[in-house]
Design a protein around this ligand. Structure first.
Ligand code: ADP
Ligand code: MG
Length: 244
């Protein structure tokens, strides 16, 4: 099987500070990989480097058979192959929900507005937000905003979804609906790389868990192994903070 994404030996510093120190990660099609690790370990930087929001200092990123780390590639075109959702501030406040969901489809993928709106309405229906389509984001709860952001990320049928702690800014009672939606996408065969602190969710949904510590992949494996029988002391120490 050829991997959909193959990132090899990624290095990234901000000023003098090394943040990614030789990170490699592979994703096969339909695979769900959870990146766990302390705050500051480099999870967001890794995801941002993968979809070219940050430039790497060294290493290589292959998406399919394209070297997207080649400085000559058009970053906007590559970014259009990913769907990305971040912790917060995902929606444009001045646009209605449906305009948010359809924007990339219309502008980047040149989908005609009626087609984009029909597809957006079907997605909003599915995420339980059909009645909010004409509202502005500030009229939605945080959980509703994240579900709209997920609809926006998947409307273009991306090859890979990057989810960066998408429930961390939510009130606890709003987390469940968002995670349920991610689980559905995973069940349908989406390829997902997600940074998360939701350990129970990672254990249930991810096919593989990758523990990042100070910019290095300390350990990775199936959730049962990483959560149940971690090989590395650092991993066990990190996980012990969640099960206390
Ligand atoms: P995580 O998502 O695991 O919490 P991040 O990737 O956000 O970690 O951050 C890793 C380190 O990189 C942190 O020390 C953070 O302060 C630093 N960092 C992240 N982005 C920038 C930036 N744009 N400029 C300078 N330092 C940054
Ligand atoms: Mg982060």
């Amino acid at each position: 099987m050829t991997a959909l994404l193959r990132a090899s030996d990624l290095w990234k510093s901000f000023g003098e500070r090394p943040v990614l120190r030789g990170v490699s990660v592979q994703l096969n099609a339909h695979e769900v990989v959870a990146v766990i690790g302390s705050s500051g370990s480099g999870k967001s930087t890794l995801l941002r480097c993968l979809n070219l929001l940050e430039t790497i200092d060294d290493g290589q990123i292959l998406l399919g058979d394209e070297d997207i780390s080649d400085p000559r590639v058009d970053a906007n075109r590559v970014r259009a192959r990913f769907g990305a959702v971040f912790q917060q501030y995902n929606l444009f406040p001045h646009l209605s929900v449906i305009d948010n969901v359809t924007l990339a489809a219309r502008v980047v993928h040149r989908m005609p507005r009626p087609d984009a709106e029909a597809k957006a309405m079907a997605l909003l229906e599915r995420v339980g937000l059909a009645d909010k389509a004409r509202e502005h984001p500030d009229r939605l709860s945080g959980g509703q905003q994240q579900r709209a952001a997920i609809a926006r990320a998947v409307i273009t049928d991306p090859e890979l979804l990057l989810l960066d702690e998408i429930t961390s800014a939510l009130d606890p009672e709003l987390v469940g609906d968002v995670l349920a939606l991610v689980r559905e996408l995973a069940d349908e065969g989406a390829t997902i790389l997600m940074a998360t602190h939701e350990m129970a969710f990672a254990r249930d949904v991810a096919h593989r868990v990758l523990f990042l510590d100070q910019g290095r992949v300390v350990e990775q494996g199936p959730p049962a192994q990483v959560f149940g029988a971690a090989r590395e002391a650092r991993t066990r120490e990190f996980l012990s903070r969640f099960t206390a």
